[in-house]
Each structure stands twice: as structure tokens, then as C-alpha cells.
Design a protein around this ligand. Structure first.
Ligand code: NIG
Ligand code: FE
Length: 406
């Protein structure tokens, strides 16, 4: 089955060889099954299906490399508490925070958690996200973490978005255990089961004061590696204590947040393959003033991705156009760097950069057509009712049932 998209005013994709954005004018794309097989201004091959791009621009489908969408209910009350002067840390210490989402996930049946989580995930599609990393982490028992990961698997089978699962048993220490005891449970019971059932690709740790320290995080991530899971880390969000260095030591795919990273951490990341992932939606949502310094990271040769961190406590933004906007206004990224952060570098952080993140021959046909004239209009029109998406292709198939602008 050959499909041809014609009348594209521009294709934007990262030029990996020259390390800059590439714009091709007046283009057509030929798709065979789920892959791009030709790009050119006049493709002569006869196609079974011709799609009029109506002068839209084309970008790769966006990739959100850090989300926590497997939860039920919301934590809007904490938003009010923050407005009344309580910090995220204080809310956690008074029984709110991650642990309050745990109650709902534990109480939910598989079907209840599936229904609420699929509703959490559907809107990502409307924003042009075609690949999503999704973490467990609101169960914190073997049973509830497995339930969460099985929910991810079922949603992945039922929605037009690819979801890559991450086991985040080390999201917080549940009240019933000491941190060390819980780390033993993660290492001796949870990781082996998750790996045996093939329910996750990655293993993440919230490596932060009051959650998991360096020693505990290292133990968890090294155990995960020995079971074939790839490490990722929530690093240097509230305080620097070396989590980004640990990311390098354990050869993590990404170190995420990085608001408090210092010179030592930056040097460690810059001489590694770890993708430095900025989550400016969280800083915005928590109304903190200090954003991660993306400019400094990029100027020191770190590879930077940006992601939503969508979760019930610290960020309800799902639009990567919005995240591009925030990263440009607050983290010092240029438009091109923000685009790289939601395409090729995000793909790298998910170890998928030979398959997705570019509009190139032999890449998956994950393509978004935007009814705009220039890339800058994507962050500019970032709000949901303005979003200028005309069509989305996921693996070559037109994604149905989204709000189309034309
Ligand atoms: O990335 N930092 C840890 N995890 C989430 C917050 C989760 C929550 O508060 O429910 C984050 O911001
Ligand atoms: Fe997170």
C-alpha cells in the first residue's frame, strides 16, 4: 500500500550530519506501509492513496520522553495549598504529594485505572505527540505497580500513540516501610517480576532528598540494568546532590529536571551520552522562579530534550508546543533547539533515534501536518483551542477523531 502526501509547503526535520534544522520547500512524501520511503518535490511513483497537504508544514510526530499518566483523580487541592504559601515539600510532609495519588491507584481495579489513564493519555494525541514515555509509580506495591504497567500495555494496544513503559517503583517511599527496606523490595521482588513479565523498557528513580538517596538509587538502577531495564533518573530538581553524575555512572538514557544542576553535574553530562531533559512545565506549574538553565547545558555540549512531565501533582500540561514555548522563554533554548528537544533528542533519550524523530527515508511515518507557514507558529499557537494541527499520521495511518483545524 503506497500513500503519497502532496502539497506540503515545507518539511522541517533535524539534519543530524550538520547538526542544524533542515527546511525543505514544496515537498511530497511517499509512504509504504508504516515507513517513509521517499521525500522529494516531484515523486512520480503512483500511489494508492493521495493526501492533499493543503500547503501545511510537516514535522516529525512529537515525542514526549517523560510523563506520569497512570493515575486516577486529581490533586487540585494542592494547587490551592501552594497558593496559600505551602511548598511541594511541605505538602508532601503533611501527607499530600505523590503518596496521596497512591491511595487512588491502589483502590482502583484494573478497569477503573485503565479508564482514567486512557482519558489522561488521549489528549496528548490532539497535540501532535505520536510517541510517549509513560511511567508507573503511583502504586508502590508489587501488585499495584504491575497493574499500572499492564494498564500502559493495554492503552498502547488501543490508542494511536506508541507508549514506552518505565517502571518507577522508586517514586516515593510508601508509609509502610523504611527507605532501605523498600529499596530491597524494589530490587528483590519488583524489578525481577517487571522484567520477567516484560512490562517495562526503562527503570526510573526519583533521586532526591526525602525520596531516594544516591546509594539507594544506584542500587536500584544497577539491579534494573542486570535485569535488562535501562536507567533514567529524576535528577537535581530541588537540590544538587550528584544525581546527574550518577546518571552518567549508571549509563542512564536520561537525567531529567536539572533545575539545580551545578558545574560538576554539567561537566559529567557533557562528556556522556545521557540526554539532559528539561521539564519547564513543572517549574511553571509549581510557580517556581528557577528554571533549568538549558542555555548553559547546550553551550557545554549536553544533548538536551524537553518533555511535559505530565502528572497529577506538578504539571498538567500535555502540549509539547506549550513546553517548547516555556523552554524558549525560560530555559534559554532557541526555536530550533526546542524543536530538536521534542523530536530527535527525545527519540535519542528513548533509544529510538534510528526509527522516529526525523522525517527521513526509512523512518516511521509519524508525521504531523500543521496549518501554519513557519515553525515559530507552533509554540506561538500552543493553546489547545488554537492548536493548528491539520492531520496526524501514526506509522503511515491517518489518526482519526481529533479536532482538526482545517
Ligand atoms: O516529575 N518528581 C517526581 N515525580 C513527579 C511528581 C509526581 C507527583 O507529584 O505526583 C515529577 O515532578
Ligand atoms: Fe517526573
Amino acid at each position: 500500500m503506497l500513500k503519497k502526501i502532496i502539497n506540503l509547503s515545507k518539511i522541517y526535520s533535524w539534519d543530524v550530519n550538520n547538526n542544524c534544522i533542515n527546511q525543505k520547500l514544496n515537498q511530497q512524501i511517499l509512504i509504504k506501509n508504516n515507513k517513509i520511503i521517499k521525500i522529494g518535490s516531484d515523486i512520480v511513483d503512483k500511489a494508492d492513496d493521495i493526501i492533499d497537504g493543503r500547503n501545511c508544514i510537516a514535522t516529525p510526530g512529537f515525542i514526549d520522553s517523560h510523563t506520569h499518566p497512570i493515575f486516577k483523580g486529581n490533586r487540585a487541592n494542592e494547587f490551592n495549598m501552594r497558593l496559600n504559601g505551602k511548598s511541594y515539600e511541605e505538602i508532601k510532609n503533611s501527607g499530600g504529594g505523590i503518596l496521596s495519588s497512591i491511595k487512588n491507584v491502589r483502590a482502583a481495579t484494573f478497569d477503573e485505572l485503565y479508564v482514567s489513564s486512557i482519558e489522561n493519555i488521549k489528549p496528548f494525541i490532539n497535540y501532535g505527540t505520536t510517541t510517549l514515555e509513560a511511567k508507573s509509580g503511583y502504586g508502590l506495591t508489587l501488585k499495584d505497580e504491575i497493574k499500572s504497567l499492564k494498564v500502559i500495555k493495554k492503552i498502547n494496544n488501543n490508542l494511536d500513540i506508541e507508549i514506552l513503559p518505565t517502571f518507577l517503583g522508586a517514586h516515593a517511599v510508601p508509609n509502610e516501610y523504611s527507605a532501605d527496606k523498600y529499596v530491597d523490595i524494589i530490587c528483590n521482588e519488583m524489578i525481577p517480576q517487571v522484567s520477567e513479565k516484560k512490562l517495562a523498557i526503562f527503570c526510573d528513580v526519583f533521586c532526591e532528598d526525602g525520596y531516594f538517596n544516591i546509594k539507594q538509587s544506584k542500587k536500584i538502577l544497577n539491579t534494573a540494568k542486570s535485569f535488562g531495564l535501562i536507567p533514567r533518573i529524576h535528577a537535581d530538581e530541588f537540590k544538587y546532590f550528584g544525581a546527574s553524575k550518577l546518571a552518567v555512572d549508571v549509563d542512564a538514557a536520561s537525567a531529567d529536571h536539572l533545575m539545580e544542576i551545578n558545574e560538576e553535574g554539567i561537566q559529567a553530562l557533557s562528556s556522556s551520552n545521557v540526554i539532559a531533559t528539561l521539564l519547564p512545565g513543572t517549574t511553571f506549574f509549581l510557580n517556581k522562579k528557577k528554571y533549568a538553565n538549558g542555555r548553559q547545558l547546550i553551550d557545554n555540549n549536553c544533548n538536551v530534550a524537553i518533555a511535559s512531565d505530565f502528572n497529577p501533582g506538578t504539571c498538567t500540561i500535555r502540549s509539547l508546543s506549550n513546553i517548547m514555548f516555556l523552554s524558549m522563554q525560560n530555559c534559554g533554548l532557541t526555536l530550533d533547539e526546542a524543536f530538536l528537544g521534542v523530536t530527535y533528542n527525545a527519540a535519542k533519550s528513548l533509544l529510538k533515534s534510528d526509527e522516529i524523530g526525523l522525517i527521513n527515508e526509512n523512518y516511521k511515518a509519524d508525521i504531523v501536518l500543521w496549518d501554519v507557514h513557519d515553525l515559530s507558529e507552533i509554540p506561538y499557537w500552543h493553546d489547545s483551542s488554537n492548536i493548528k494541527i491539520s492531520k496526524i499520521f501514526k506509522g503511515g495511518s491517518l489518526v482519526p477523531n481529533i479536532n482538526l483545524s482545517v
